[in-house]
Design a protein around this ligand. Sequence first.
Ligand code: HXC
Length: 258
Amino acid sequence: MAYSTIKTDTKNSVTLIRLDRPDALNALNSELLGELATALSAADADPKVRAIVITGSEKAFAAGADIKEMSEKTFADMALSDFFAAEANTITAIRKPIIAAVAGYALGGGCELAMMCDFIIAADTAKFGQPEINLGIMAGLGGTQRLTRFVGKSKAMEMHLTGRFMDAAEAERSGLVSRVVPAAKLVEEALDVAGKIAEKSQIAVMAAKEAVNRSYETTMSEGLLFERRSFHALFATDDQSEGMDAFLEKRAPQFRDK
Ligand code: HXC
Protein backbone atom coordinates (compact mmCIF):
# COMPACT_ATOMS: atom_id res chain seq x y z
CA MET A 1 0.00 0.00 0.00
CA ALA A 2 1.26 3.49 -0.86
CA TYR A 3 1.46 5.94 2.03
CA SER A 4 2.42 9.61 1.88
CA THR A 5 3.46 10.34 5.48
CA ILE A 6 5.11 7.06 6.50
CA LYS A 7 7.36 4.50 4.84
CA THR A 8 7.11 0.79 5.53
CA ASP A 9 9.48 -2.04 4.76
CA THR A 10 9.17 -5.68 5.81
CA LYS A 11 12.30 -7.85 5.95
CA ASN A 12 13.12 -10.99 7.90
CA SER A 13 9.68 -11.02 9.58
CA VAL A 14 10.07 -7.47 10.93
CA THR A 15 8.12 -4.45 9.65
CA LEU A 16 9.95 -1.14 9.94
CA ILE A 17 7.65 1.88 9.89
CA ARG A 18 9.37 5.23 9.43
CA LEU A 19 7.41 8.40 10.16
CA ASP A 20 8.10 10.66 7.21
CA ARG A 21 7.04 14.29 7.42
CA PRO A 22 10.54 15.78 7.51
CA ASP A 23 9.40 19.38 6.94
CA ALA A 24 7.32 19.29 10.11
CA LEU A 25 9.66 17.14 12.25
CA ASN A 26 7.18 14.27 11.83
CA ALA A 27 4.39 16.20 13.56
CA LEU A 28 1.41 13.88 13.95
CA ASN A 29 -1.50 15.04 11.82
CA SER A 30 -4.67 13.11 11.00
CA GLU A 31 -3.19 11.73 7.81
CA LEU A 32 -0.01 10.43 9.47
CA LEU A 33 -1.78 8.88 12.44
CA GLY A 34 -4.40 7.36 10.12
CA GLU A 35 -1.70 5.86 7.89
CA LEU A 36 0.23 4.63 10.93
CA ALA A 37 -2.88 2.92 12.34
CA THR A 38 -3.58 1.33 8.94
CA ALA A 39 0.02 0.11 8.53
CA LEU A 40 0.11 -1.30 12.06
CA SER A 41 -3.19 -3.12 11.56
CA ALA A 42 -1.90 -4.54 8.26
CA ALA A 43 1.31 -5.75 9.95
CA ASP A 44 -0.71 -7.25 12.82
CA ALA A 45 -2.83 -9.19 10.32
CA ASP A 46 0.10 -10.31 8.13
CA PRO A 47 1.33 -13.79 9.10
CA LYS A 48 4.76 -12.95 7.67
CA VAL A 49 5.25 -10.19 10.27
CA ARG A 50 6.37 -11.14 13.79
CA ALA A 51 7.57 -7.79 15.19
CA ILE A 52 7.31 -4.11 14.35
CA VAL A 53 9.69 -1.16 14.77
CA ILE A 54 8.48 2.45 14.58
CA THR A 55 11.11 5.13 14.03
CA GLY A 56 11.39 8.71 12.80
CA SER A 57 14.33 10.69 11.46
CA GLU A 58 17.70 11.57 12.97
CA LYS A 59 16.29 14.92 14.12
CA ALA A 60 12.86 13.85 15.33
CA PHE A 61 10.89 10.75 16.20
CA ALA A 62 7.92 13.15 16.24
CA ALA A 63 7.73 16.72 17.56
CA GLY A 64 4.15 16.31 18.74
CA ALA A 65 0.67 16.55 17.34
CA ASP A 66 0.53 18.96 14.40
CA ILE A 67 0.06 22.42 15.88
CA LYS A 68 -1.09 23.87 12.54
CA GLU A 69 -3.87 21.29 12.33
CA MET A 70 -4.94 21.92 15.93
CA SER A 71 -4.67 25.71 16.00
CA GLU A 72 -8.14 26.47 14.63
CA LYS A 73 -9.96 23.74 16.53
CA THR A 74 -12.61 24.49 19.11
CA PHE A 75 -13.64 22.57 22.19
CA ALA A 76 -16.58 21.16 20.23
CA ASP A 77 -14.31 20.03 17.38
CA MET A 78 -12.01 18.17 19.76
CA ALA A 79 -14.73 16.72 21.97
CA LEU A 80 -17.06 15.60 19.20
CA SER A 81 -14.31 14.01 17.11
CA ASP A 82 -12.61 12.58 20.23
CA PHE A 83 -9.42 13.84 18.60
CA PHE A 84 -6.97 11.01 17.76
CA ALA A 85 -8.66 8.61 20.23
CA ALA A 86 -9.59 6.12 17.49
CA GLU A 87 -6.01 6.03 16.18
CA ALA A 88 -4.59 5.64 19.70
CA ASN A 89 -7.03 2.81 20.40
CA THR A 90 -5.95 1.03 17.21
CA ILE A 91 -2.25 1.42 18.04
CA THR A 92 -2.60 0.14 21.58
CA ALA A 93 -4.71 -2.83 20.46
CA ILE A 94 -1.96 -4.23 18.20
CA ARG A 95 -1.07 -7.71 19.47
CA LYS A 96 2.38 -8.08 17.93
CA PRO A 97 5.34 -6.49 19.70
CA ILE A 98 6.14 -2.89 18.73
CA ILE A 99 9.48 -1.25 19.51
CA ALA A 100 9.84 2.55 19.32
CA ALA A 101 13.30 3.53 18.07
CA VAL A 102 13.64 7.17 19.09
CA ALA A 103 16.27 9.64 17.88
CA GLY A 104 15.98 13.39 18.37
CA TYR A 105 12.74 14.94 19.56
CA ALA A 106 9.92 12.83 20.97
CA LEU A 107 7.66 15.59 22.22
CA GLY A 108 4.01 15.84 23.19
CA GLY A 109 2.10 13.35 21.05
CA GLY A 110 5.48 12.04 19.82
CA CYS A 111 6.52 11.09 23.35
CA GLU A 112 3.04 9.65 23.87
CA LEU A 113 3.26 7.58 20.68
CA ALA A 114 6.63 6.18 21.80
CA MET A 115 5.08 5.27 25.16
CA MET A 116 2.18 3.45 23.42
CA CYS A 117 4.76 1.06 21.97
CA ASP A 118 5.89 -1.98 23.99
CA PHE A 119 9.31 -0.53 24.76
CA ILE A 120 11.54 2.30 23.69
CA ILE A 121 15.12 2.08 22.50
CA ALA A 122 16.65 5.56 22.43
CA ALA A 123 19.51 7.07 20.49
CA ASP A 124 21.92 9.14 22.58
CA THR A 125 20.41 12.18 20.80
CA ALA A 126 16.87 11.51 22.03
CA LYS A 127 14.93 14.22 23.86
CA PHE A 128 11.61 13.42 25.48
CA GLY A 129 9.13 16.00 26.67
CA GLN A 130 5.51 16.98 27.19
CA PRO A 131 5.70 20.67 26.26
CA GLU A 132 1.95 21.10 25.61
CA ILE A 133 1.79 23.44 28.62
CA ASN A 134 3.71 26.03 26.54
CA LEU A 135 0.82 26.02 24.04
CA GLY A 136 -1.81 26.58 26.70
CA ILE A 137 -2.96 22.98 26.58
CA MET A 138 -1.97 19.67 28.17
CA ALA A 139 -1.10 16.16 27.03
CA GLY A 140 -4.00 14.33 25.37
CA LEU A 141 -2.67 11.03 24.06
CA GLY A 142 -1.86 9.31 27.34
CA GLY A 143 1.10 11.38 28.56
CA THR A 144 -0.26 12.20 31.98
CA GLN A 145 -0.98 8.53 32.64
CA ARG A 146 1.84 6.68 30.88
CA LEU A 147 4.75 9.03 31.66
CA THR A 148 3.74 9.01 35.31
CA ARG A 149 3.83 5.21 35.40
CA PHE A 150 7.19 5.13 33.63
CA VAL A 151 9.08 7.76 35.62
CA GLY A 152 6.99 8.41 38.74
CA LYS A 153 4.85 11.35 39.80
CA SER A 154 7.54 13.87 40.66
CA LYS A 155 9.42 13.80 37.37
CA ALA A 156 6.24 13.41 35.28
CA MET A 157 4.57 16.32 37.06
CA GLU A 158 7.63 18.53 36.58
CA MET A 159 7.78 17.68 32.88
CA HIS A 160 4.06 18.28 32.30
CA LEU A 161 3.98 21.53 34.28
CA THR A 162 7.22 23.09 33.01
CA GLY A 163 7.54 21.49 29.57
CA ARG A 164 11.22 20.69 30.15
CA PHE A 165 12.85 17.98 28.06
CA MET A 166 14.53 14.83 29.36
CA ASP A 167 17.68 13.67 27.56
CA ALA A 168 18.47 10.04 26.73
CA ALA A 169 20.62 9.44 29.82
CA GLU A 170 17.91 10.73 32.16
CA ALA A 171 15.28 8.73 30.24
CA GLU A 172 17.29 5.54 30.75
CA ARG A 173 17.98 6.33 34.40
CA SER A 174 14.26 6.95 34.98
CA GLY A 175 13.04 3.79 33.27
CA LEU A 176 11.39 5.52 30.31
CA VAL A 177 13.59 3.69 27.80
CA SER A 178 14.98 0.17 27.88
CA ARG A 179 18.40 1.32 26.70
CA VAL A 180 20.40 3.97 24.89
CA VAL A 181 22.49 3.29 21.79
CA PRO A 182 24.65 5.49 19.53
CA ALA A 183 22.43 7.41 17.09
CA ALA A 184 24.15 5.91 14.04
CA LYS A 185 23.24 2.41 15.23
CA LEU A 186 19.67 3.05 16.42
CA VAL A 187 17.63 1.44 13.66
CA GLU A 188 20.09 -1.43 13.22
CA GLU A 189 19.93 -2.19 16.97
CA ALA A 190 16.14 -1.93 17.08
CA LEU A 191 15.79 -4.23 14.06
CA ASP A 192 18.22 -6.64 15.68
CA VAL A 193 16.14 -6.75 18.89
CA ALA A 194 12.94 -7.12 16.85
CA GLY A 195 14.60 -9.94 14.91
CA LYS A 196 15.41 -11.74 18.14
CA ILE A 197 11.77 -11.45 19.26
CA ALA A 198 10.67 -12.69 15.81
CA GLU A 199 12.54 -15.95 16.43
CA LYS A 200 10.46 -16.80 19.53
CA SER A 201 7.14 -18.57 19.64
CA GLN A 202 4.60 -15.95 18.58
CA ILE A 203 2.00 -17.46 20.89
CA ALA A 204 4.31 -17.01 23.89
CA VAL A 205 5.36 -13.51 22.78
CA MET A 206 1.75 -12.36 22.48
CA ALA A 207 0.83 -13.92 25.81
CA ALA A 208 3.78 -12.24 27.55
CA LYS A 209 2.96 -8.84 25.99
CA GLU A 210 -0.66 -9.17 27.03
CA ALA A 211 0.25 -10.13 30.59
CA VAL A 212 2.75 -7.29 31.07
CA ASN A 213 0.20 -4.81 29.71
CA ARG A 214 -2.37 -6.28 32.07
CA SER A 215 -0.28 -5.02 34.98
CA TYR A 216 -1.35 -1.49 34.01
CA GLU A 217 -5.03 -2.33 34.02
CA THR A 218 -5.71 -4.40 37.10
CA THR A 219 -4.85 -5.24 40.70
CA MET A 220 -1.80 -7.35 41.64
CA SER A 221 -3.87 -10.40 42.56
CA GLU A 222 -5.95 -10.24 39.33
CA GLY A 223 -2.78 -9.69 37.31
CA LEU A 224 -1.04 -12.64 38.95
CA LEU A 225 -4.06 -14.84 38.25
CA PHE A 226 -4.14 -13.66 34.61
CA GLU A 227 -0.41 -14.44 34.31
CA ARG A 228 -0.79 -17.88 35.86
CA ARG A 229 -3.68 -18.84 33.56
CA SER A 230 -1.72 -17.68 30.48
CA PHE A 231 1.36 -19.55 31.72
CA HIS A 232 -0.69 -22.74 32.15
CA ALA A 233 -2.22 -22.31 28.68
CA LEU A 234 1.21 -22.21 27.03
CA PHE A 235 1.66 -25.83 28.14
CA ALA A 236 -1.01 -26.71 25.57
CA THR A 237 1.30 -25.59 22.74
CA ASP A 238 3.76 -27.58 20.64
CA ASP A 239 6.14 -24.65 21.02
CA GLN A 240 6.43 -25.35 24.76
CA SER A 241 7.47 -28.97 24.08
CA GLU A 242 9.83 -27.83 21.32
CA GLY A 243 11.40 -25.08 23.48
CA MET A 244 12.03 -27.41 26.40
CA ASP A 245 13.16 -30.37 24.25
CA ALA A 246 15.56 -28.10 22.39
CA PHE A 247 17.04 -26.88 25.66
CA LEU A 248 17.52 -30.42 26.94
CA GLU A 249 18.97 -31.58 23.61
CA LYS A 250 21.30 -28.55 23.54
CA ARG A 251 20.04 -27.29 20.17
CA ALA A 252 18.22 -24.18 18.89
CA PRO A 253 14.42 -24.42 19.08
CA GLN A 254 12.32 -24.40 15.89
CA PHE A 255 9.10 -22.70 16.94
CA ARG A 256 6.08 -23.25 14.68
CA ASP A 257 3.46 -21.10 16.43
CA LYS A 258 1.38 -24.12 17.27
C1 HXC B 1 3.55 21.37 13.49
C2 HXC B 1 5.83 21.54 13.72
C3 HXC B 1 5.77 20.93 15.00
C4 HXC B 1 4.48 20.54 15.48
C5 HXC B 1 7.82 21.38 14.56
N1 HXC B 1 7.12 21.80 13.50
N2 HXC B 1 7.01 20.85 15.50
N3 HXC B 1 4.74 21.76 12.98
N4 HXC B 1 3.41 20.79 14.70
N5 HXC B 1 4.30 19.92 16.66
C6 HXC B 1 7.62 22.44 12.28
C7 HXC B 1 8.01 23.89 12.53
O1 HXC B 1 6.88 24.72 12.47
C8 HXC B 1 8.95 24.11 11.37
O2 HXC B 1 8.20 24.33 10.19
C9 HXC B 1 9.66 22.77 11.22
O3 HXC B 1 8.82 21.82 11.85
C10 HXC B 1 11.01 22.76 11.93
O4 HXC B 1 10.82 23.16 13.29
P1 HXC B 1 11.69 24.32 13.97
O5 HXC B 1 10.90 24.81 15.12
O6 HXC B 1 12.13 25.34 12.96
O7 HXC B 1 12.97 23.49 14.45
P2 HXC B 1 13.89 23.75 15.72
O8 HXC B 1 14.18 25.22 15.86
O9 HXC B 1 15.03 22.81 15.57
O10 HXC B 1 13.01 23.35 16.98
C11 HXC B 1 12.60 21.99 17.17
C12 HXC B 1 11.50 21.90 18.25
C13 HXC B 1 10.36 22.89 17.91
C14 HXC B 1 12.09 22.23 19.62
C15 HXC B 1 11.02 20.45 18.27
O11 HXC B 1 9.96 22.66 16.54
C16 HXC B 1 9.16 22.73 18.78
O12 HXC B 1 9.15 23.21 19.90
N6 HXC B 1 8.09 22.13 18.23
C17 HXC B 1 6.81 22.01 18.91
C18 HXC B 1 6.88 20.97 20.01
C19 HXC B 1 5.55 20.86 20.75
O13 HXC B 1 5.06 21.84 21.32
N7 HXC B 1 4.95 19.69 20.72
C20 HXC B 1 3.64 19.42 21.37
C21 HXC B 1 2.52 19.64 20.39
S1 HXC B 1 0.95 19.45 21.15
P3 HXC B 1 8.47 25.59 9.23
O14 HXC B 1 7.38 25.47 8.19
O15 HXC B 1 8.42 26.80 10.08
O16 HXC B 1 9.86 25.33 8.68
C22 HXC B 1 0.70 17.81 21.23
C23 HXC B 1 -0.61 17.35 21.81
C24 HXC B 1 -0.79 15.87 21.75
O17 HXC B 1 1.53 17.02 20.88
C25 HXC B 1 -2.22 15.42 22.08
C26 HXC B 1 -3.07 15.17 20.89
C27 HXC B 1 -4.40 14.52 21.21
